[in-house]
Design a protein around this ligand. Structure first.
Ligand SMILES: [Zn+2]
Length: 436
């Protein structure tokens, strides 16, 4: 049952981060049922649950993830590659991993990774399913998700087969999700489509996806070889695609355009929402095309930056600052365990803080919460803490009281863990309250 009902439950902590407002020291949040009904200083109020020396944030939003992927075997524990790993070689390993994986094991992997998301304080995830396993895993997991069915293939038959499989899956699961959603303002699971990437997926798949009315995501401008392939039809990506038998036999590669940005701007592609994964290599002159003034009224385009994954491959500095300065929305994703050490957005936030200490902490926090919720059309009911939104929370332990620093620094310059995750005003994971 949704809405304001039942007795009010009050939570307190040393710091509360509403995101759309200044952090509140010694703050408290009032919850009634699944909804926040008040937020402010604690003063002398009695509370039901005091997290003590901790911070309450909105639940974190992971805007790009593949729960079905596992770590690659050559890295027992992630470390930045030195020299950086060539991403096309990494793609070879991922494809090999897929060929060797028993399809049954995807379900176990996805379920294990979904539990990790909850432990990491995630309450909303954009996940891409290739094997159909992350959908069931996320339905069983007490967090919100948009599950994007992947469509891939440059060869017509392969593209048709993956398209058919994606739609069969969507048609099988969507009615039940629609029924569940009908009576709610907030969604728990939503279905989307993911044309994989310009270098792997035929243009007609993108155009067809754009007419579906579903949420859409795609990998775009991820590596320099992608633009090379689009512009010339040649390069290391083509060699790789020929090697694995994915290059069209008739050699008829017809990209939508010579620039990755064309894949969200050409004709009817301009009408849809797009959640763009990566965007490492957008041309400077194309960035304005993602700014609000370039979008149709009500349209949402956002870039999900995966900082540790980009770092692993030695990609050039991501244009997040230029995008943010133009008013474009940049949110954070982890990508998969095949390229990232954890599925923790808090770890990504702390990584961003280390590589760009001058970026305001409030911006990093917004990228990890409200901006991802906006991209997934969930900002009406989550992504920040304010009256009327759902009680989706991430509680993080803080350093000792005598530790100096701004409130954002207390979270970002520490390595202390998430201690609790709440969804809809209910605790869904708890790992002990330090000092509590
Ligand atoms: Zn990805």
């Amino acid at each position: 049952m949704s809405g304001i009902s039942g007795p009010v439950k009050t939570l307190a902590a040393r710091w509360i981060f509403p995101v759309e407002d200044e952090p509140i020291e010694n703050g408290c949040i009032d919850l009634s049922g699944d909804t926040i009904v008040g937020i402010g200083p604690r003063a002398n109020r009695a509370v039901d649950l005091d997290f003590g020396n901790a911070a309450i944030l909105p639940g974190l939003v992971n805007a790009h993830c593949h729960l079905e992927l596992e770590p690659l075997d050559d890295r027992p524990r992630w470390q930045p590659a030195d020299p950086p790993e060539f991403e096309v070689d990494w793609l070879r390993k991922v494809v090999k991993q897929r060929w060797l994986t028993d399809p049954e094991s995807y379900a176990d992997t996805a379920a294990r990774n979904a539990r990790d998301l909850v432990r990491a304080g995630t309450t909303l995830v954009a996940d891409i399913t290739t094997a159909g396993a992350s959908g069931p895993a996320l339905v069983e997991t007490p967090i919100r998700s948009v599950i994007f069915a992947e469509v891939i293939g440059l060869k017509r038959l392969r593209a048709m087969a993956t398209n058919e499989a994606a739609w069969a899956w969507i048609n099988a699961v969507e009615p039940a999700l629609k029924r569940a959603e009908a009576s709610e303002k907030a969604y728990r699971q939503r279905i989307g489509l993911s044309p994989h990437a310009p270098y792997s997926t035929a243009g007609w798949i993108y155009h067809q996806a754009a007419t579906s009315g579903l949420p859409l995501t795609t990998h775009l401008a991820e590596m320099p070889e992608e633009a090379q392939l689009l512009a010339t039809g040649m390069g290391p990506l083509r060699d790789f695609l020929e090697e694995i038998g994915a290059w069209p036999e008739d050699d008829e590669f017809r990209p939508i355009g010579p620039n990755p940005i064309d894949y969200v701007r050409h004709k009817d592609l301009r009408k849809s929402d797009w959640l763009i994964a990566h965007g490492n290599y957008f041309e400077e002159s194309d960035l304005w095309k993602l700014a609000p003034a370039s979008l149709k009224p009500g349209q949402r385009i956002a870039v999900a930056w995966c900082p540790r994954t980009a770092y692993r491959f030695g990609h050039r500095s991501h244009p997040y600052r230029q995008l943010l300065e133009r008013g474009a929305i940049v949110c954070l994703g982890t990508d998969s365990l095949a390229s990232s050490p954890t599925l923790s957005i808090l770890d990504e936030m702390r990584f961003v803080r280390r590589v760009d200490p001058n970026l305001p902490g409030s911006v990093i926090l917004a990228m990890a919460t409200l901006f991802g919720a906006w991209a997934l059309r969930a900002d009406d009911f989550c992504g920040s803490l304010k009256a009327g939104k759902r009680g989706d929370l991430c509680v993080i332990a803080l350093p000792d009281q005598d530790h100096q620093g701004t409130p954002h620094e207390l979270i970002l310059d520490s390595d202390l863990p998430v201690v609790a995750t709440w969804l809809d005003g209910q605790e869904v994971a708890c790992f002990g309250v330090p000092g509590g």
